[in-house]
Design a protein around this ligand. Structure first.
Ligand code: NAD
Ligand code: GLY
Length: 352
């Protein structure tokens, strides 16, 4: 088992290894004085892993209640958020009790936000069950829901008390969902770790799962520790996300987050090549790795559709936006631009 310690407004461990679900209760009891644990999950994950987690919590002496909602991005909304809050209140969870988010990034984001708001903050544990949640969304304390106007438009920074990443749970992921997580893995390699990019090129992800997750979590830890509240350096984690979020939104969330990020990374890299900011070999290497990992690299949405969606990005302020632009494999830069220039970037990225 690997342990990565995150030092932020609340400090915690990320444990990465096999067989951790069975120990959820033991870890929860050691961390908190909770009498009750509320396990929140979706209707795909709970039937697979819910009972193991609930049983482990019960064995540690906790009263356990569970709330399950329909899987998928469309559930990451104010309705689910409100249902979770009501569920916690109806079951009389106290401020000293514990919420457990068991699932992918959707479960983690909405449950984390509900935990931040319920009684002005109740402790929560992340148990990520997708590769994407393991390498990214379960760590760093960004919690959110989508609003009709756009993605992640309401949320908070609220760190979990523990992240338990049981690598056994990733065995049941459909290939496409596993691939979506690979997009975020490639993101880490592209923005800051050329040797890791080479390892991924040579060995893929599945053959070195614990190493891949631990590498990504350690990189995210370093970024989050330096800029927990996303005022500067943390924005590097958004490589591929400005255009990726636009693709997600244009598709009404039928293109999953990871796939959209893969497309977004290709678009910004293509634009960077066209503007002489990096060599063509960077785009070629990125395309080859994403294709080898089973990810999409193109979108049919037009430049004007993508522009409309990208202009709703929550990071736009005063008509300015930071793009994350590759300069080499393993090196990206934060580049402020005027939103008036966004259309040209999208066209340089290949949008028609
Ligand atoms: P997801 O949570 O929708 O999970 C994808 C699908 O896989 C779902 O249908 C789910 O039920 C299923 N699933 C989950 N675990 C499974 C398992 N072990 N076996 C079989 N099926 C399983 O999607 P995701 O890709 O995990 O997360 C995407 C979300 O994460 C997006 O909303 C994105 O915005 C968010 N995100 C947040 C952060 C952050 O820092 N908070 C970072 C990156 C992404
Ligand atoms: N996934 C982006 C961040 O955590 O900042």
């Amino acid at each position: 088992m690997n342990t990565i310690h995150v030092t932020a407004s609340n400090s915690y461990d990320v444990l990465v290894g096999a067989g951790l679900l069975d120990k959820a209760g033991e870890y929860a009891a050691a961390l908190t004085h909770a009498a009750c644990a509320a396990v929140v999950s979706d209707n795909t994950v709970f039937p697979l892993y819910g009972e193991t987690v609930c049983q482990s919590l019960r064995a540690a002496g906790l009263r356990v209640v569970s709330f399950v909602f329909p899987h998928g991005e469309r559930s990451k909304n104010i309705g689910t958020f409100s249902q979770i809050l009501n569920f916690l209140a109806e079951n009389r969870l106290a401020r000293t009790d514990l919420v457990v988010a068991l699932g992918g990034g959707v479960v983690g984001d909405v449950t984390g936000f509900a935990s931040a708001c319920y009684l002005r903050g109740v402790a929560y544990i992340q148990i990520p069950t997708t590769l994407l949640a393991a390498v990214d969304s379960s760590v760093g304390g960004k919690t959110a829901i989508d609003l009709p106007a756009g993605k992640n438009l309401a949320g908070s920074f609220y760190q979990p008390r523990l992240v338990l990443c049981d690598t056994d749970t990733l065995a049941s992921l459909p290939d496409g969902v596993f691939a979506d997580g690979c997009a975020e893995v490639v993101k880490y390699a592209m923005y800051g770790n050329a040797p890791f990019f080479e390892e991924l090129r040579q060995n893929g992800v599945k053959n070195q799962l614990s190493h891949v997750i631990s590498t990504c979590v350690s990189m995210k830890r370093d970024v989050v520790c330096a800029d927990e509240f996303d005022r500067g350096g943390r924005q590097i984690l958004n490589f591929g996300h400005t255009f990726g979020h636009a693709v997600e939104r244009c598709s009404d969330y039928t293109v999953p987050h990871g796939s959209a990020v893969a497309i977004g990374m290709v678009m910004i890299s293509r634009a960077a090549v066209k503007r002489g900011l990096c060599g063509a070999s960077v785009l070629d290497a990125l395309l080859a790795l994403l294709r080898a990992l089973g990810l999409p690299t193109e979108t049919a949405f037009s430049a004007s559709e993508l522009l409309d969606a990208a202009c709703r990005d929550k990071k736009i302020a005063g008509g300015r936006l930071n793009l994350i632009v590759p300069r080499a494999v393993g090196r990206c830069e934060i580049m402020p631009i005027d939103t008036a220039g966004l259309s040209a970037w999208l066209r340089d990225g290949g949008a028609k």
